[in-house]
Design a protein around this ligand. Structure first.
Ligand code: GDP
Ligand code: IMO
Ligand code: MG
Length: 426
């Protein structure tokens, strides 16, 4: 069972990129299993920052085969631009494998994403406007185009004509926009993009199973996070795929029994970008401090992330639905200066204490956090590499989270750099 999954346990941007890179050292391949270029995963290696949207975070190692799985939605131009960016920084992308089953993001998907958002007005979801929702909607409607369609010009054109036949009517009649020209789109995808990615398209599922059968360790990298999951998240304020660990089965090509470890990535506080309920959200100076010190601005969109205290109710839920076997706690260093640190241990909903996630979302909107307040450590942790160096109050905070969340914390991040972490597990 040599498959390991890295999954976001909150609302994204927990530090999945950094920890995928870290764990990938021991693996032979890293497979992205869902989402698209709505993700922004940051790696900081030897002082150089890499921001990845589509290509798996293991790409920096020569021994890793990076795989874009069947569950991902791919904008080929973004993929090409990312490959070029990496190549210009000396990173070899030649063994990148892109699943032929992954779906394509077409130009109108981004247009529809922005138009839907505008149509929703104050009720907008705050999407990244990358076309993710409309691309997955086409997939579910069974009119999407897949990466493998690029390899058969006739099929590609047939499917494109079929989908544009309908979409162009929507663009023109509902949104008063110009229709897309099928010749132009086909030329862009088949003549411009295909020659650049042709050699990378292949059978990701066969590759994954060949690796697992050979006893190799394969890492599955989730994008977004548990509470942005289409099924488990705070619907409708979610993304359109399944970031939870189960998504690695539908989007990465494995079965449940292939999975050995599920590493839940959790920030030592919480952030959220876009709309939706957020019980522990902070609107005060502490929130501003977390945003400032944590550089909490969207990796792709530059939007300010909404800050809040760590929410153990959510985390307990995330541990259960992802079968988290261990937690990697990130950005604890951002709390270094605080006199006290709060953790939400339960919700008060209309005077009733909830220790588990309320099943009805209206209750989550009304939930008032019940906090435990712990003493801060007021020590710079960013240079520490061993548990024994941690001040007692930092250890007490981490142990409190372990006890609250119901899973052991194995790794603790103390800075953005690849080396800035320590093993917490005894
Ligand atoms: P992802 O989407 O989950 O991969 O996370 P992002 O890359 O969007 O955001 C996480 C940010 O925190 C990035 O800028 C990382 O470089 C940074 N980061 C990750 N782990 C740590 C940590 O332990 N401490 C600090 N200070 N920064 C971290
Ligand atoms: P990573 O992988 C944080 C949010 C958007 C919006 C909602 C739907 O870097 O953690 P979408 O464009 O997916 O239809 O937007 O999901 N969102 C993210 N928030 N981190 C991400 O990715 C996100 N990807 C999407 O802000 O609220
Ligand atoms: Mg991110």
């Amino acid at each position: 069972m040599p498959a390991t999954i890295v999954v976001g346990t909150q609302w994204g941007d927990e530090g999945k990129g950094k920890f995928t890179d870290l764990v990938a050292k021991e693996m032979t391949a890293v497979v992205r299993y869902q989402g698209g270029h709505n993700a922004g995963h940051t790696l900081v290696v030897d002082g150089e920052t890499f921001t990845l949207q589509l290509i798996p975070s293991g790409v920096l190692y020569d021994h890793i085969t990076p795989v874009i799985g069947n569950g991902v939605v791919v904008d080929p131009l973004v993929l090409i631009t990312e490959m070029d960016m990496l190549t210009s920084k000396g990173v070899d992308c030649s063994n990148l494998l892109v699943s032929g089953d992954a779906h394509l993001i077409l130009p109108y998907h981004q247009q529809l994403d922005a138009l839907h958002e505008r149509h929703l007005g104050v009720n907008k979801l705050g999407t990244t406007k990358r076309g993710i929702g409309p691309a997955y909607a086409d997939k579910a409607m069974r009119v999407g185009l897949r990466v493998q369609d690029l390899l058969d010009a006739k099929i590609f054109r047939q499917k494109l004509d079929a989908v544009l036949g309908q979409t162009n009517k929507i663009l023109a009649k509902v949104y008063n926009r110009l229709p897309l020209d099928a010749d132009e789109v086909a030329a862009q995808f088949l003549d411009e993009y295909l020659p650049r990615i042709h050699g990378h398209i292949g059978d990701s599922i066969g590759f994954v199973h060949g690796s697992l059968a050979a006893g190799h360790h394969v890492l599955f990298e989730g994008a977004q996070a548990t509470f942005l999951d289409l099924d488990y998240g705070t619907y409708p304020f979610v993304t359109s795929s399944n970031p939870v660990s189960g998504g690695a089965c539908t989007g990465g090509g494995i079965g449940p029994l292939d999975i050995e470890r599920v590493i839940g990535i959790a920030k030592a506080y919480i952030t959220r970008v876009g709309s939706g309920p957020f019980p522990t959200e902070l609107f005060d100076d502490v929130g501003d401090l977390l945003v400032d010190l944590g550089h909490e601005f969207g990796t792709n969109t530059g939007r300010r992330r909404r800050p809040g205290w760590f929410d153990a109710v959510m985390m307990r839920h995330a541990v259960r639905i992802n079968s988290v076997t261990e937690i990697a706690l990130t950005k604890i260093d951002i709390l270094d200066t605080l006199e006290t640190v709060k953790v939400c241990v339960a919700y008060d909903v209309d005077g009733v204490r909830h220790e588990t996630m309320p099943w009805h979302q209206s209750d989550l909107h009304k939930a008032k956090p019940i906090y435990e307040e712990l003493p801060g450590w007021q020590t710079d942790l960013s240079g520490f590499t061993e548990r024994s160096q941690l001040p007692a109050n930092a250890i007490a905070y981490i142990e409190f989270l372990e006890q609250q969340c119901g899973a052991p914390i194995h790794l603790v991040g103390v800075g953005p750099g690849r080396e800035q972490y320590l093993h917490f597990a005894a």
